[in-house]
Design a protein around this ligand. Structure first.
Ligand code: TYD
Ligand code: MG
Length: 440
């Protein structure tokens, strides 16, 4: 007779405790403990044994991936949706997950069922009308997991979109909708249906402020593919990133722009970030970062101004402020720049966040440019700075050079490495920060 065991699991950090408490002992959050029943069955019986399958004897006809018709999405998933797979699409509320899913549902050349627990059929109709005037789509507005699963099994579509997993509710499981037990159970049931009936699923999940996908991080382990839609709320661009993929690589990203007709694919992202109306002023310089497999050009702006009282300020938008402290120290010690009485502001134009050290050189040069009030024109700078002021190797340098050349820049300042291939752009290879400053 299996024993039932009741435990309480924190929906924030997954901490387990045998007794309910108001506050989680591990992460300190209030009201996050939820009841979960576990069946402990430690003894096994020989009569339950199963024979394994010999892979070599298996004959499978591999079904082709389903192309979605949205090029950027196909690229990120590694060539389309694998039949019978479960994709989790995460992102902050309001970032555009439902919009992307709806666009995909209307564009894909397959039988789709769009299950929504968030919006009514009328609301979906309005949104769909905005994106694509007249397109057929089967929609189900329902939150009961049992009803949804039964309808899917009955309709047997090729692709099901579930918007969102937090709204799916099962009578069989305790806990509130969106809680650990409900969400985990819903994904488990969907996964079983997907594998048994070869139906593909795109399941939408909200990310909480702390970055947890759908409450428990465990969801990410359960599904085949995890995609994140990211972006700043007030900037138009959106980046679709793959963080887990059982059927392909994870280093591709897709770039979209949120427009009046939904998300529009951006084929040339550098153009989106650079804009056309850049004015010529000191403190501005272009750098190149690599997102996934592609190089992007971005403008970095620095402003220095004399500190009026107290400590000098170091303020950044889109750049790590600790990194700025470090670069300021290097500029002071290795390039002899006196920044101790200067406030420094750094801004990455376009709202993107840079976390690549390859932007070091550009930030340092932007500060020099603002301090000395010299304008830098048609120049791209890339390179990581070491503490002794040396310029370090950056990966994918050639990709960055080609991107700079493609967008019509005349010079690129970069670390010394071997570069094959001939370039029209002037490649200035330098060893140190001071050498780079002298080339301006
Ligand atoms: P939505 O897909 O509802 O976000 P999520 O499902 O991730 O919560 O997108 C919401 C935002 O997108 C909303 O603030 C308005 C904007 N939007 C556009 O700018 N253009 C459009 O064509 C659509 C449909 C939405
Ligand atoms: Mg939504």
């Amino acid at each position: 007779m299996p024993k039932t065991l009741t435990i309480f699991v924190c929906s924030n950090c997954q901490y387990k405790t045998p007794r309910w408490q108001g506050k989680c002992q591990n992460c300190g959050q209030w009201n996050t403990l939820e009841e979960q029943r576990q069946i402990s069955n430690t003894k096994f019986q020989m009569s339950n044994a199963m024979a394994p399958v010999d892979l070599a004897s298996l004959d499978v006809d591999q079904k082709p991936r389903i192309k979605t018709g949205i090029g950027e999405f196909d690229q990120v998933t590694g060539g389309g949706i694998v039949p019978g797979s479960l994709i989790l699409l995460g992102g902050d509320p309001g970032i555009g997950k439902s919009t992307l899913a709806l666009q995909l549902a209307m564009k894909i050349d397959a039988e789709v069922l769009y299950v929504s627990g968030e919006e009514s059929v009328n609301q979906i109709k309005l949104r769909a009308h905005r994106i694509n005037k007249d397109h057929r789509l089967n929609v189900l507005a329902e939150i009961s997991l049992e009803t949804v699963l039964a309808s899917i099994a009955d309709q047997h579509p090729e692709l099901v979109i579930v918007d969102s997993i937090q709204t799916m509710y099962s009578e069989e499981v305790s806990g509130v909708a969106g809680g650990v037990s409900q969400v985990t159970n819903a994904v488990q049931q969907i996964m079983r249906l997907a594998k048994q009936n070869h139906i593909s699923f795109i399941v939408i999940g909200h990310v909480t402020k702390e970055g947890y996908l759908a409450g428990p991080k465990t969801l990410e382990h359960m599904v085949d593919t995890v995609l994140y839609l990211e972006g700043e709320r007030f900037a138009a661009f959106r980046i679709l990133r793959c963080v887990k993929n059982r059927f392909g690589t994870t280093n591709e990203v897709g770039v979209f722009e949120m427009a009046g007709v939904g998300l529009v694919e951006v084929k040339n992202p550098s153009q989106l970030f650079l804009g056309e109306d850049s004015i010529k002023a000191s403190g501005n310089i272009i750098t190149s970062i690599v997102e996934g497999n592609r190089a992007l050009l971005l403008e970095i702006q620095a402003l220095t101004s004399v500190t009026n009282f107290g400590y000098p300020k170091r303020t950044t938008a889109g750049f790590d402020s600790n990194r700025l402290q470090l670069l300021t120290a290097i500029l002071g010690k290795r390039a002899g720049l006196n920044l101790s009485n200067q406030d420094i502001y750094i801004n990455v134009v376009g709202g993107l966040k840079i976390d690549e050290p390859a932007a070091d050189l550009a930030v340092a040069l932007a500060i020099v440019s603002s301090l000395k009030d010299v304008i830098i024109q048609d120049t791209v700078a890339v390179g990581e700075l070491g503490l002794s002021g040396e310029l370090r190797f950056v990966p994918n340098l050639e990709k960055r050079i080609i991107e700079a050349e493609k967008l019509g820049f005349k010079k690129i300042i970069c670390p010394k490495t071997k570069i094959t291939g001939k370039n029209k752009i002037e490649v200035i290879q330098v060893k140190t920060l001071t050498e780079a400053i002298s080339k301006l």
